[in-house]
Design a protein around this ligand. Structure first.
Ligand code: ATP
Length: 447
């Protein structure tokens, strides 16, 4: 019997009140495992543009990729739709626009292009439908069509020529939704000690906060992010969980890869909601504004300037930012916020690379040549006078001193608690992957 690859994309299943696209994917994995088909990859969790205003949480979409008998494709699609509909009936709320997209065969380059655009930019719904037509995909939406964008984009990013990581996500039983998550903190700290080089964003030591558990009423109990599937599973086994686990699944994902960032040369290339890397000179020195946020601006080689902001939740990162002075050569990384009546187009800082420090020169009043005390201005254009011995001089001028810089060139990131899904932590530098795992044996556990 001839077989074909069927890609299943899902998005916008979730709402702030409950439900979650990855949770539905984990249920589908269980249902599809009962069929005569083969998963050719771990379920893929593809994070899309983190700056879009209408995301519920982390703008994540999921793709399942299976090898199936050609004549079973329609039956499998119907089964998927049946499970999706049932899930939506239980969990999805008014504002979500759940969608499922199906594609058989290889992934056309047009679709790959669309996916990268969806990770980096805002895409209109009609573009998604144009691509659906062009690549002969099948898109089914419930309650509005917006979810098709993410579901299609997930299919088009098979993580085969790019960096990737893994996340094991464990889910709660429904009775516990909304209740505090019962995880023993010490076991997370222990796990982090054991696997901290191969897993990431487990704990924020600056404030002693465990980061593997979300806080909302959603079905996710915990997520462990790491470099490979074996490690996240080993790390998971070390966590003491004092509540029932409904199921867990290991996703292969573009999280922690910086896939969203696009290097731009000039400010004029930057559009709202993009995520960019821009090199420039610090133009206006950082100032702390209401709420504890720190703002400064940089200028590009054309002299155009743009504001950059390190928000209060970026904690100690702001202490680095505050030490910048005009003339420092930096690279700023971050998502752009559209202009408003109170501010211009602004880069929300995710990372800061200090390339070259300017000299910090300050001017001080001179010392009195007679008694050595610090002189004072004698008035505009009148030189200096000594408050101690009365010596006056019109020829003495201010002395220029070089203030040592405490800051060092290098790459700086906010503390782990301020990380968003796509941001690459420092510890991942040098661990980037270029090819998919050799032996793909998807791993999950259902009751
Ligand atoms: P969760 O993290 O829990 O999965 P979410 O943050 O993914 O939630 P969704 O409810 O999926 O949020 O909403 C995101 C919506 O935005 C989806 O409908 C998706 O199709 C759409 N979308 C995603 N990326 C883009 C983009 N780049 N341009 C336009 N629309 C997008």
């Amino acid at each position: 019997m001839k077989k074909t690859v069927l890609h299943i994309g899902l998005d916008d299943i979730d709402s702030p009140e409950g439900g979650c696209t990855t949770h539905l994917a984990s249920i589908l994995v269980e249902e599809l495992s009962k069929e005569a088909l083969e998963f050719i990859d771990y379920p893929n969790l593809i994070r899309l543009n983190p700056n879009i205003p209408w995301k519920t949480r982390g703008n994540g979409a999921v793709a399942l990729r299976i090898l199936v008998n050609e004549n079973s494709v329609d039956r499998v699609i119907n089964k998927v739709l049946h499970v999706v509909e049932k899930y939506i009936g239980e969990f999805s709320k008014e504002k979500s626009q759940p969608s499922a997209v199906f594609l058989t065969g290889n992934i056309p380059s047009k679709l790959r292009w669309f996916s990268r655009k969806t990770v980096k930019d805002i895409v209109p719904i009609n573009l998604a439908f144009k691509v659906v037509d062009k690549v002969k995909a099948k898109a089914i939406s419930f309650n509005g069509k917006r979810g098709v964008i993410g579901a299609l984009a997930a299919i088009g990013e098979p993580l085969d020529n790019t960096d990737y990581t893994f996340e094991l996500i464990a889910y709660r039983v429904e009775e516990n939704y909304g209740k505090p998550r019962l995880i023993v903190k010490e076991s997370v700290l222990k796990m982090d000690k054991l696997f901290g080089t191969q897993t990431f964003l487990n704990v924020d030591y600056e404030i002693g906060k465990v980061l593997i558990t979300p806080h909302g009423p959603d079905p996710v109990l915990l997520g462990i992010r790491g470099e490979n599937a074996e490690i996240v599973l080993e790390a998971f086994k070390k966590i003491k969980v004092l509540e029932p686990i409904e199921r867990w699944v290991i996703f292969r994902t573009n999280q922690a890869t910086d896939m969203h960032l696009a290097e731009v040369k000039y400010v004029k290339e930057i559009k709202p909601y993009m995520s960019v890397i821009l090199k420039g000179y610090v133009y206006e020195k950082p100032k702390t504004i209401r709420g504890g946020h720190v703002v400064f601006s940089i200028s590009d080689s054309l002299g155009d300037t743009i504001s950059c902001i390190a928000y209060e939740p970026t904690g100690s990162f702001r202490n680095i930012v505050k030490q910048l002075i005009p003339g420092d050569l930096v690279k700023v990384y971050g998502g752009t916020r559209p202009p408003s009546p109170t501010h211009g187009l602004t880069i929300n800082l995710e990372k800061l690379e200090i390339l070259r420090l300017a000299e910090h020169i300050a001017y001080r009043n001179p010392k009195c040549p007679k008694c050595g005390k610090t002189m004072k201005s004698a008035g505009k254009n009148k030189g200096f006078k000594c408050p101690n011995c009365g010596f006056k001089s019109k020829t003495i001028s201010k002395i220029c001193i070089k203030i040592p810089r405490k800051l060092r060139p290098g790459l700086y990131t906010p503390p782990p608690r301020a990380f968003r899904h796509l941001m690459k932590p420092l510890q991942r530098y040098g661990k980037e992957k270029k090819t998919p795992p050799k032996n793909i044996i998807p791993k999950w556990h259902h009751p």
